[in-house]
Ligand binder design. Structure first.
Ligand SMILES: Nc1ncnc2c1ncn2[C@@H]1O[C@H](COP(=O)(O)OP(=O)(O)OP(=O)(O)O)[C@@H](O)[C@H]1O
Length: 380
C-alpha cells in the first residue's frame, strides 16, 4: 500500500522526449488509470515507477520516500503485462507460489500454500493449480498472472494493458473481477490502457496523457462530461464527439448561438450565456455527443436539413453519418431505424447538452449544469 507520486518528471530516450514535466499523485488504494493513444508515454510512466528506467529530471516518491535510482526489487511493485510471462514448465500452483519463493519475498511453505489456495479460489482457478499454463485458456492465464501478482501484497500493482489479448466478452468479465479484486485487496493500482471504456469503468480517476504530457486528471464523469480540451473530448465516447462552429449572438439581453447551417438562433441556458459573455468570445466550438442530437425524418421548426451519408450497423445499434453543410455529424440510432443513403434527415442541436470550447485555444469554456456534472450526476 502506498501513495505514488511523479513530481515534474522528464524521461528521454536519446533524442526522443517520452515524458515532459509529468506530475501525478496517486492516492493510497486508488485505482488510477493512465489513458492515451499509442506512443503517448503510458508505458514509460509505469517503467519509471517500477524502476525499469530512471528519469532525466524530477522525482519519484512512494509515500514520502524518494525512489529515484532505487533498484526495482527494492521498490516492491508487482507488474502485470499484456503478455503474461508465466513459466511454461511450472504448474499453475508453482507459478503463483514463485513470487513468494524469491530471495526477497520468501515466505514459509505453509504460508505459500495457504496464500496460493486463497488467491486461486478468489480468481476462480483452483481447479487449474496442477495444470501447466499451456493447458489453460487465455482468460485463465491472465487470472493466473494476476494471482501471482496478488499473493505478493506489494506497494503497488502496475498493469500494462493486461486485458488487451482477451476477447470482448472475457475482457468485460475480467474488468469486473479486477475492480472487485482491487477493492478486496486494498492495493494502489496503476493501470494503463488505450481503451476508453476500460478507463471509464475501472478508474477511480483517469489521467489522460498525450505526447508525453498529462492533459487532464479526473473521474470518468469529469473527463467525459467536462473535458478540459477538445482533444480529451474526442478520446471518450462511442462515436467521436461532433464539434460544430458556433457564433455567439446577443439579442434583447439573451445570449444565443448561430450555427453555420442557417439563420436560426439557438438560445443557450443562462449559466452558459453568462460564462460566454464573461469570456467575451464571439466564436465557439460546440461539442455534441451523439446522444445529444435529436433528429426527425420530417421538417420541424428549429431542425436543420441534412443528408444521410453512411449508416453502419453495429449489432444492436446503427451509427449514422449525416452530411450537414461542410460538416459530417455522427450519432447512434436504434437498429430498427432504416435509412437510405442521401435520404433527408432533420437535426436539432440542444444547447443545454453542448460542451463549449474556445474556437482558437480549443480549451473548455462552459457547459450547462457544470456543477451537477462535477458532482457525478448525468443530466443531459
Ligand atoms: N526504448 C526506447 N527507445 C526509444 N524510444 C522509445 C523507447 N521506449 C519508448 N520510446 C518512445 O517514447 C514514446 C512513448 O512510448 P511509450 O511506450 O511510453 O508509449 P505508450 O503510450 O505506452 O504507447 P503504446 O500504447 O503504443 O504502448 C514513444 O514515442 C516511443 O516511440
Amino acid at each position: 500500500m502506498a501513495r505514488i507520486r511523479l513530481d515534474h518528471v522528464t524521461k528521454k530516450y536519446g533524442s526522443i522526449t517520452a515524458l515532459k514535466d509529468v506530475s501525478i499523485d496517486v492516492k493510497d488504494n486508488e485505482f488510477y488509470v493512465i489513458f492515451g493513444p499509442a506512443g503517448a508515454g503510458k508505458t514509460s510512466v509505469l517503467n519509471l515507477i517500477a524502476g525499469i528506467s530512471d528519469p532525466e529530471e524530477g522525482d519519484i516518491l512512494f509515500d514520502d520516500a524518494y525512489m529515484n535510482y532505487v533498484e526495482p526489487r527494492e521498490r516492491d511493485v508487482a507488474m502485470v503485462f499484456e503478455n503474461y510471462a508465466l513459466y511454461p514448465h511450472k504448474t499453475v500452483y508453482e507459478n503463483i507460489a514463485s513470487s513468494m519463493r524469491t530471495k526477497k519475498h520468501r515466505q514459509p511453505e505453509e504460508v505459500v500454500d495457504r496464500e496460493v489456495k486463497r488467491v486461486a479460489a478468489m480468481m476462480n482457478i483452483s481447479e487449474l493449480l496442477e495444470r501447466k499454463p499451456t493447458q489453460a485458456s487465455n482468460g485463465q492465464r491472465q487470472r493466473i498472472a494476476l494471482g501471482r501478482a496478488l499473493v505478493r501484497n506489494p506497494n503497488v500493482f502496475l498493469m500494462d494493458e493486461p486485458l488487451a489479448h482477451l476477447d470482448a466478452k472475457l475482457r468485460n468479465s475480467m474488468r469486473k473481477e479486477l475492480k472487485s479484486m482491487q477493492e478486496a485487496f486494498h492495493t494502489t493500482t496503476i493501470y494503463v490502457t488505450h481503451d476508453y471504456t476500460e478507463a471509464m469503468s475501472l478508474g477511480d480517476r483517469i489521467a489522460v496523457i498525450h505526447e508525453g504530457s498529462i492533459c487532464q486528471v479526473g473521474t470518468g464523469n469529469e473527463v467525459y462530461y467536462l473535458p478540459e480540451t477538445e482533444f480529451v473530448a474526442k478520446l471518450f465516447g462511442d462515436c467521436e464527439i461532433n464539434i460544430l462552429k458556433g457564433c455567439v449572438t446577443e439579442e434583447k439581453g439573451r445570449t444565443g448561438i448561430r450555427l453555420p447551417y442557417g439563420e436560426e438562433v439557438y438560445p443557450v441556458p443562462d449559466d452558459v450565456g453568462e460564462r460566454l459573455q464573461c469570456a467575451g468570445v464571439k466564436d465557439v466550438d460546440i461539442g455534441f455527443r451523439g446522444w445529444a442530437i435529436d433528429y426527425s425524418r420530417e421538417p420541424r421548426k428549429g431542425y436543420v436539413r441534412g443528408k444521410i451519408y453512411t449508416h453502419e450497423p453495429l449489432g444492436n445499434k446503427v451509427e449514422l453519418t449525416v452530411s450537414l453543410g461542410d460538416d459530417m455529424i455522427r450519432f447512434i440510432v436504434h437498429v430498427d431505424e432504416r435509412f437510405e443513403i442521401d435520404e433527408a434527415i432533420y437535426l436539432h442541436f440542444n444547447m443545454d447538452k453542448g460542451i463549449f470550447f474556445h474556437s482558437e485555444t480549443k480549451e473548455y469554456l462552459v457547459r450547462h449544469n457544470e456543477e451537477v456534472m462535477r458532482g457525478g450526476g448525468k443530466n443531459g
